[in-house]
Design a protein around this ligand. Structure first.
Ligand SMILES: Nc1nc2c(ncn2[C@@H]2O[C@H](COP(=O)(O)OP(=O)(O)O)[C@@H](O)[C@H]2O)c(=O)[nH]1
Ligand SMILES: [Mg+2]
Length: 264
């Protein structure tokens, strides 16, 4: 999982990139828009126009996304909701309106869709227009139209994992990848969060089960994940389960709501 070294290096890198821009587009996963938020964002993005992008809205629970949108807007944040397939022109208009001389940086946690969103925004007519001065070699400006340019490499943020609950939500959206996590407790917690919100989905897959271990027993068997000797390969089963969740294969889901986290 992420360690202090990771986090420190990433922060330094972001601070360097932020200096070159006047806009920061913070991509989050719409299924967990608080958990995937930048830690210490006020400090990191100080003095910049910032926009929060709820990505993967196609696989989030629409009514929950609306709650988050309302919640953040009422706190004065700019929110843009997007998904696979959105067109560059529409996005540019929504995000930047008539602004000119836009220089933007895209940031976010691993796997929230920074690269996908960058490509979506770029559209087809954008061109590389040279190195970004003052930052690590190889980082380029991409000119999208007369008024907007973006940095070609998104900045990666790592959250300070201050609770198991937070880590579990990041596991559910694939920002922490199950293969890299040797923590059974967080997997169990993630399963419990999902089941608490969507009991019917779990029941439809395996019937009534009392815990994650039992779930994997049924889920693994159902998918033919049997080891020599007839035992279920629970590790493989768990990997498949979480990948199905990441990709929205179990249907549209959201893993947190504003009123569970904030007093409103
Ligand atoms: N359903 C859905 N999947 C998305 C969306 N945006 C990105 N993804 C998927 O999420 C995964 C991570 O995306 P990527 O752009 O590589 O994330 P990055 O690590 O933040 O750059 C990939 O499998 C993408 O296909 C979206 O809007 N909807
Ligand atoms: Mg990427």
């Amino acid at each position: 999982m992420w360690n202090a070294g990771h986090i420190q290096r990433a922060k330094k890198k972001i601070a360097e990139l932020v200096k070159a821009v006047n806009y920061v587009l913070e991509v989050r996963d719409a299924r967990a828009p608080f958990a995937t938020g930048a830690y210490e964002r006020e400090k990191l993005f100080r003095g910049k126009k910032s926009v929060i992008i709820f990505n993967k809205s196609d696989i989030a629970d629409e009514s929950v996304t609306e709650k988050w949108e309302y919640f953040y807007r009422s706190r004065g944040e700019r929110i843009i909701i997007t998904k696979k397939g959105d067109r560059s022109r529409k996005l540019l208009k929504m995000i930047f309106g008539e602004a000119s001389n836009v220089r933007a940086l895209i940031v976010g946690l691993p796997n929230v869709g920074k690269s996908s969103f960058t490509n979506r925004l770029k559209g087809r007519r954008s061109t590389k227009v040279g190195a970004v001065p003052g930052v690590t070699r190889g980082v380029q400006w991409i000119q999208i139209n007369d008024s907007v340019r973006i940095i070609d490499t998104p900045g990666i943020l790592y959250s300070e994992l201050f609770s198991k609950e937070l880590a579990a939500k990041l596991l559910l959206v694939g920002s922490i990848v199950v293969e890299k996590l040797n923590d059974w407790e967080i997997q169990e917690l993630a399963f419990d969060i999902l089941r608490r919100r969507y009991p019917g989905v779990v029941k439809d897959m395996v019937g009534e089960v009392s815990n994650f271990d039992e779930f994997l027993e049924f889920f693994g068997r159902k998918h033919g994940m049997i080891l020599k000797g007839g035992l279920v390969d629970k590790e493989r089963a768990s990997h498949k389960f979480f990948h199905d969740v990441y990709n929205g294969k179990l249907g549209r889901m959201s893993f947190e709501e504003p009123e569970e986290i904030f007093e409103i």
